[in-house]
Design a protein around this ligand. Sequence first.
Ligand SMILES: C[S@@+](CC[C@H](N)C(=O)[O-])C[C@H]1O[C@@H](n2cnc3c(N)ncnc32)[C@H](O)[C@@H]1O
Length: 384
Amino acid sequence: MAWIDISYKGGKYIKMRKLNKNMEKKSIIEDNLNKIILGDSIEKLKDFPENSVDLIFADPPYNMQLQGELWRPNQTKVDAVDDAWDKYDSFEHYDTFTIAWLKECKRVLKEDGAIWVIGSYHNIFRVGKIMQDLGFWVLNDVIWMKTNPMPNFKGTRFNNAHETLIWASKNKSSRYKFHYKSMKAFNDDKQMRSDWHIPICLGDERIKINGVKAHSTQKPEELLYRIILSTSDVGDIILDPFMGSGTTGAVAKLLGRNYIGIEKEAFYKKVAEDRIKKVVPVPEDTLLYSIEKPKPKVPFGNLIKEGYVNVGEMIVDKFGNNKAKVNANGTISNGEVGSIHSVSARILGKESNNGWDFWHVIRDEQLKPISDLRWAYAKKFMDY
Ligand SMILES: C[S@@+](CC[C@H](N)C(=O)[O-])C[C@H]1O[C@@H](n2cnc3c(N)ncnc32)[C@H](O)[C@@H]1O
């Protein structure tokens, strides 16, 4: 394992494990961008680098405890979810599985990333508890009200007409994305509420093969449309560790985002790939709008003045390959002297580059983009 030395705070040296492993793993993301990986998500996610995806949508097995076959009053059999992939022999077994995949998701999610998990009364309470135990920070639970739910044929319980989505950021302090104003405009200029009235997936959208549903739990595209529009940006990487029929990939492609799916059944992988191939993305110029608050304009020098970055401190790129020293006048030097932007551009061999996203400092033994410090400054000293 290689190490880098980074002088920090008055000449004190911190030894930090070079993120070599992360670099090797980085190609996994590039190689699988806009693809579906065949296999078990817990195993496959282990190959992913940490902090590498912007958003996760997970529709895990619900562990439905349906007992026996269900029949309608007219003696036709109900097409309920009774797939082998949905069965766990105990709550304990289901919890072990849930902890394992959520842990991996948390690791691969970027610091300011967020996750959505959908479930029903069978599993969502267990999933929510585990998410909180792992340090995810719950932002909302969104109720998907099914406008056309399947009736309770036995008449022994209320008609189960909703599912629950948990939206959570990676940590309490994550600066998760939320396009509040866009969603308000989407909702006729009324604040978007946490109850979403959307039909279950029927009609042309429902994928069928020889007249039979290709996947028993295909989610409506409208759900993903809201999720992706509200909590990701164009070009973001969206991970779906339980890809099924590919709803996440289809909507991500439509809206100019990247996706990576994982699915353990080869049949579903093929169904999803065939589906996504047919999606035509909306024109790029219809996506390039923003009515959200722009990034704060903070000169790098202000961060030095207020002690967010220290004179003499080394700042590094995200792989620890390039470093530069912070000078008292707001320039940085790595042999050559310039602004955070010009030095990063020179390293990359480009005309210009955004130094805010390129350079990182070390805080609590973690690399932190200097753009995070700009936000912290803006929150403290500006109206943000
Ligand atoms: C609830 S479905 C997802 C449906 C999907 N959201 C859609 O709209 O089609 C869960 C999917 O996860 C897959 N699956 C279950 N366990 C898995 C695992 N450990 N790794 C990868 N895929 C898994 C199942 O085969 C199933 O297709």
